[in-house]
Ligand binder design. Structure first.
Ligand code: BEZ
Length: 252
């Protein structure tokens, strides 16, 4: 799924995405000097962390807006514009790394993405990643589903949040061996008094494309935020009810 990103707002309000991503990097076993592809690198913040750890990094993303920021902030890293479901590299890499990206790819396109990752990895190369897992943001999507229905719209949840069993089966079919997999809750603090509203505005553009009137969209978001207050607003802080699926696998 390709959406137009507000790269500046993403970088300033949602820096937790790359802060949490640092613990996914810890799963990589390849040593310094190994070639790593950061798949869905966004603004390049984690590509830079990988580089600081001594890896030879290339970043890849479909979004020109985010790549502009990545290239400006990290001019010595090579960033490639490509679709994660249809890409290749001139030279194979030791590791493909990805954080908080793969849930944006429809279930029907996941096999294409996994085949591309398989093809760019050296034999025994690592595919290390985290995505939203089964149950991710259930409360947020549930609240929005009710509000959409009350306004006469249907809510199309635009993400793929698989279980461990489902995703490890896809990996095995694509020629990977799974060495580590975990699904865990990670309630995540959002920034500011409007944290939930900002999160919905940033990440849920696609479902709202059916709502043509801006004032109605605003009202719907307010209604959803109000209904989430009792469960996701604590001591003056908004939380997103994230569930993470984290995996380390090897290309056979
Ligand atoms: C996630 O990281 O789980 C996520 C972020 C934005 C939208 C959907 C899921």
């Amino acid at each position: 799924m390709n959406i137009a990103w507000d790269g500046a707002a993403y970088t300033s309000n949602f820096s937790f995405v790359h802060q949490y991503g640092q613990s996914v990097i810890e799963l990589i076993e390849a040593g310094k000097g190994s070639a790593v592809l950061d798949l869905g690198c966004g603004n390049g913040a984690l590509s830079n962390v990988l580089r600081e750890k001594g890896y030879l990094v290339k970043g890849m993303d479909a979004s020109p807006e985010l790549l502009d920021i990545a290239r400006k902030n990290h001019p010595t890293i090579e960033f490639i514009q490509a679709d994660a479901t249809c890409f290749s590299l001139a030279e194979p890499v030791d590791v493909v790394f990805s954080n908080a990206v793969l849930h944006w790819i429809d279930r029907e396109q996941q096999d294409n993405m996994l085949n591309c990752v398989h093809d760019v990895l050296k034999e025994s190369g690592e595919f290390v990643f985290e995505l939203g897992g089964y149950g991710n943001n259930d409360q947020i999507h549930g609240a929005l589903r009710e509000v959409f229905s009350a306004h006469g719209f249907s809510y199309n949840m635009p993400f793929y949040f698989p279980t461990i069993g489902e995703y490890t089966a896809l990996l095995e079919r694509a020629g990977f061996q799974v060495r580590f997999a975990v699904l865990f809750d990670r309630p995540t603090e959002l920034k500011g008094e409007n944290g939930m509203k900002d999160w919905i505005n940033m990440f849920l553009k696609t479902p709202f494309s059916v709502v043509k009137r801006e004032d109605e969209k605003e009202a719907m978001i307010e209604e959803a935020v109000r209904s989430l207050q009792s469960s996701l607003y604590k001591n003056g802080i908004w939380y997103s009810d994230y569930v993470r699926l984290r995996i380390r696998s090897i290309r056979l």
